[in-house]
Design a protein around this ligand. Structure first.
Ligand SMILES: [Ca+2]
Length: 223
């Protein structure tokens, strides 16, 4: 019997639905991951499972998704990033390196709801105690009444999402390890932490507003 394209389509659909029905769809490796398999002699073989557009493709059994070096968890996030379920939806957070350099970020901040008390998370650091920490919006491009907060990893269990700013998580200021409203002219904010005054680990940086103010913040981070 000659197989027509219609019959072929039917077979493909049957296979696809069978896989879906019994939960055996091969995993698609996300960002920062490769598709690998381990041989009996403990050698690991990996292959690229993204197409030419950078989209993930299924990783067939017995292969499985393995995080690239420097990443861990599911999805694969930078080592040191808090490994909780909440992190998977806060993956747009940007890491600021702790190397004594001052890094400066300028971006739009949208107020919303009770953002006054619920800072939006934009950045995080992996602190190893090497330097004092300064986080500040006391910079020329900041043009609204800011608040700043710093949270530790455990606070991620209190995350709220998504908040006013697209794809961003937020945590109530009640859980902040450090919080500042006004520390310099223009009602801008700054938090200073002495070297070694906090445990080594990951800390999240949140920005919010006073009285539903919004605008541009210019955030500098030194750690
Ligand atoms: Ca303020």
């Amino acid at each position: 019997m000659k197989m027509t394209s219609l019959m072929l389509l039917g077979v493909v659909l049957m296979v696809v639905s069978l896989y879906g029905a019994i939960g055996m769809s091969p995993p698609v490796c996300g960002d920062n991951a490769r598709c690998c398999k381990t041989e009996p002699n403990n050698k690991t073989h990996c292959k690229n499972t993204t197409n030419e557009n950078g989209k993930g493709m299924p990783c067939p059994k017995p292969w499985s998704c393995v995080c690239n070096e420097g990443f861990s968890g599911n999805p694969c996030l930078p080592d040191g990033f808090c490994n909780t379920d909440a992190v998977s939806v806060c993956s747009d957070l940007i890491e600021v390196p702790c190397d004594g350099t001052t890094y400066v970020f300028t971006r739009q901040y949208l107020s919303g709801g009770n953002s006054n008390f619920v800072p939006t998370l934009f950045y995080y650091i992996n602190y190893q105690g090497d330097n004092p920490i300064t986080v500040s919006t006391c910079n020329p491009a900041t043009n609204y009444d800011t608040k700043l907060a710093i949270f530790d990893c455990e606070d991620l269990s209190e995350v709220q999402l998504p908040f006013a700013n697209p794809q961003s998580c937020a945590i109530s200021k009640d859980f902040a390890n450090f919080f500042n409203d006004d520390n310099c002219p223009g009602f801008r904010s700054q938090i200073d932490i002495d070297q070694g005054a906090i445990d080594d680990g990951t800390y999240l940086i949140g920005v919010s507003d006073f009285g539903l103010a919004q605008g541009t913040f210019e955030l500098s981070v030194t750690c």
